[in-house]
Design a protein around this ligand. Structure first.
Ligand code: C2E
Ligand code: MG
Ligand code: MG
Length: 707
């Protein structure tokens, strides 16, 4: 507790001396100087009087019986009221030890006997003034400290000349530092969380060097793991030569402010009921997405959702139930968009999707960076599928369906309002066509998507119905023109649509997960075919199969290959696996592991379509690849395209120096063949030799043993 001296018109002095005459003289001198005086003849009486009257000044004789002046002084100082009183020691002893001791026990000054009575009065008044000034200074410091504490503010100083640092206790507390200890400048800066430390140091250093004030915001973490937001502001002081000599700074804990800002932001940009983004935030993001798609020639989609007959639910069950339903719907949308279910292909593409509540029962979803509009259809499908048929809310069973309209940038508009209008009208179209469905704004997309989904449906039964076939394209030794083997290429003979090329259905099979079965079928069929040739005395023939790398890790592919080889009683040397570079974009550690296992089995591994993907040297050196297949797009361009010539030469030189074989794809002319031979390619395939052919025709090639 702190204590202030009472404010009196006439100051009160307590004179303490065992000698009556001296007491009287001192009292008279002080009265003359304007004091009211009370007297005590010993220490004990003095303490009692002090307690009852709280004087402003005490004149204290040193030598007294029972309790001497030192002891009395020390006792007064221990009282709460004794903190600021002025104590003048009157001593007969002018030895420096007792003077020293007088200060030690808390006296403000001393005077030696014999006393000068006139001077004593003046000295009394002077001490009183000094005492009041000291007390005011003290209380203003206390007020400042209290204010700083309330404002969560603490000051610090960095003396640049002497390299000394001072951090006020309040500042230490705000930064989570022990305030009893001397803190260094580095310790002070190290309170900043590590991810922000470099930036903060830089900002302060730049301010010092450029003679500017600074204001830097950062976070510190307290031992309990809680983050505090700190605003650190400072100014640089200069000497007369313009040299920076001192940084004066203040740290302030602005955590509450920050939280309030966040709350304001939440209220301004998010929907209060569902917590989803609101219209303002959505429009902002949409504008950003348009700018970024324009720059990167990207594509994105808007899904406009409206609950079917929501008004009826609101009218019959009331707004409270209506609100709960909207919350449930928003939760379902979030799980549909953010689900980490990797079996559903499009998920990886929609990680940055934004869901907003547009008002009432309208929701809108922005799907950024979609490679093709069908992805939007997959998401819409999933929403329709996941949306519960009946919601159980507060004792009510509520059935609600959703209609979704889709617009796609840039096909359906390049401006936000156009895209929204078109998504909206597509949504009305969905309502007109029976609700609980989705529609693209662009009619042709509806047709394309329908076709795609009907293909997906058809693929599901194609294996069972034995609609797949393998064609074989001979692979030739470019020098001897002998057939070394064949690449097996899948064909789908669709009962209505006829032959469908792999480029059209493999991506759909990948997305629907059916590729796993297809990979297995291709490997088994190729191995069995090879066995037939072997039994016919043709061979040994090497057969290359294309392996989709899609989710390779999940395919248990090694077992599939081992079983197929065993069943066909085939040497692993007779099987080659073609993979493309995009396989390395997946979890590369697991991929390497699988490729190594294939190598251990004795298979040859070829890198297909080389040059069209990432073509990183890193892949070539760190993955166990035996063969590089130069993509046919390069071969087709020669000899006209000079760049292609350079690329082909480079790929061959690089592959050979890494000890790999080079296979050229898509050789169509004699000229191309001659050039590839000249550049040193080892093997080749293409229409020049033969198109991919059914197995009976390929047998004939083998029987003739050359093309
Ligand atoms: P790819 O592995 O690069 O196969 C070579 C493609 O080039 C084949 O197309 C082939 O018919 C074509 N081609 C052959 N010679 C010439 C030529 O002289 N000129 C031109 N322009 N093209 C030629 P196809 O059969 O349509 O296969 C396309 C792609 O589909 C293949 O490219 C491969 O990536 C994939 N694919 C084919 N069969 C399978 C399979 O069984 N499984 C998997 N996962 N993918 C397959
Ligand atoms: Mg291939
Ligand atoms: Mg290829």
């Amino acid at each position: 507790m702190t204590y202030s001296l009472p404010q009196r018109d006439t100051p009160l002095a307590l004179v303490v001396d065992d000698e009556l005459s001296l007491r009287l003289s001192m009292s008279a001198a002080l009265s003359k100087a304007g004091f009211e005086v009370i007297e005590a003849e010993n220490g004990r009486d003095a303490l009692a009087l002090f307690q009852s009257h709280t004087p402003d000044l005490v004149l204290l004789d040193v030598l007294m019986p029972e309790m001497d002046g030192f002891e009395t002084c020390s006792a007064i100082r221990k009282m709460p009221e004794g903190q600021y009183v002025q104590i003048l020691m009157v001593t007969g002893l002018d030895d420096s030890d007792s003077i020293e001791y007088a200060f030690e026990v808390g006296a403000n000054d001393f005077v030696a006997k014999p006393l000068n009575w006139v001077m004593l009065g003046h000295r009394g008044r002077y001490m009183l003034r000094a005492g009041r000034a000291f007390q005011e200074l003290n209380s203003s410091e206390r007020r400042l400290a209290k204010t700083q504490e309330l404002a969560k503010l603490g000051n610090w100083e960095f003396d640049l000349i002497n390299d000394s640092f001072y951090c006020a206790p309040e500042a230490c507390r705000l930064l989570g530092l022990d305030d009893e200890r001397h803190v260094t400048y580095n310790e002070f800066l190290d309170t900043v969380i590590s991810s922000e430390r470099k930036r903060v140091k830089q900002q302060i250093d730049v301010a010092i060097q450029s003679a500017k004030s600074f204001s830097v915001h950062y976070r510190v973490m307290f031992p309990d793991g809680v983050f505090h937001h700190i605003l650190n502001r400072g100014e640089i002081l200069f000497n007369e030569n313009g040299i920076a000599e001192m940084v004066l700074g203040a740290v302030q804990d602005v955590t509450q402010l920050k939280h309030a800002e966040e709350e304001i932001r939440r209220l301004a940009f998010y929907d209060g009921l569902t917590g989803l983004a609101n219209r303002i935030l959505f429009m902002d993001r949409l504008d950003y997405e348009i700018t970024s798609a324009k720059l990167n020639s990207g594509c994105f989609a808007l899904l406009f959702l409206d609950l079917d007959q929501f008004k009826r639910i609101n009218d019959t069950c009331g707004h409270y139930i209506g609100d709960l339903l909207l919350k449930k719907v928003s939760e379902t949308l979030q799980t549909c968009i953010c689900s980490s279910d990797t079996a559903s292909g499009p998920v990886t593409d929609i990680l940055d999707a934004l869901i907003a509540r547009f008002g009432g029962d309208e929701f809108i979803i922005l799907l950024p960076d979609i490679s093709e509009p069908e992805k939007a259809a997959l998401v819409a499908q999933r929403i329709l599928h996941e949306m519960p048929k009946t919601h159980h809310i507060d004792g009510h069973d509520i059935s609600v369906t959703t209609s979704i309209g889709i617009s796609v940038y840039p096909a359906d508009g390049e401006k936000s309002e156009v895209l929204l209008k078109h998504a909206d009208s597509a949504m009305y179209h969905a309502k007109e066509t029976g609700r609980n469905n989705y529609q693209f704004y662009e009619e042709s997309l509806n047709v394309a998507v329908l076709e795609r989904f009907s293909l997906e449906q058809d693929i599901k039964g194609a294996l069972k119905r034995e609609e797949f076939l393998l064609y074989y394209q001979p692979q030739i030794d470019l020098t001897s023109h002998k057939i070394l083997g064949a690449e097996a290429l899948i064909r789908w003979i669709h009962p209505q649509k006829g032959m469908i090329p792999p480029d059209k259905f493999i991506p759909i099979a990948e997305e629907s997960g059916l590729i796993l079965e297809i990979n297995k079928w291709v490997i088994q069929t190729a191995c069995n075919q090879n066995m037939v040739w072997k039994k016919a005395g043709l061979g040994p023939v090497r057969i290359a199969v294309n392996l989709s790398g899609y989710q390779l890790v999940k395919q248990n592919i090694i077992k599939v290959i081992r079983d197929a080889l065993q069943e066909a009683d085939l040497d692993a040397k007779c099987l080659e696996i073609e993979i493309t570079e995009n396989i390395f974009m997946q979890d590369s550690e697991d991929t390497v592991w699988i490729l190594r296992e294939m190598k251990d089995l004795g298979l040859r591994i070829a890198l297909d379509d080389f040059g069209t993907g990432y073509s990183s040297l890193n892949y070539l050196t760190s993955f166990p690849v035996d063969v590089i297949k130069i993509d046919r797009s390069f071969v087709m361009g020669i000899p006209e395209l000079k760049n292609n010539l350079v690329i082909i030469k480079t790929i061959i030189a690089m592959g050979h120096s890494l000890g790999m074989k080079i296979v050229a794809e898509g050789i169509e002319t004699e000229e191309q063949l001659a050039l590839l031979l000249e550049f040193g390619a080892d093997e080749g395939q293409g229409c020049y030799f033969s198109r991919p052919v059914p197995q009976d025709k390929f047998i004939r090639f083998l029987q003739e043993d050359s093309l």
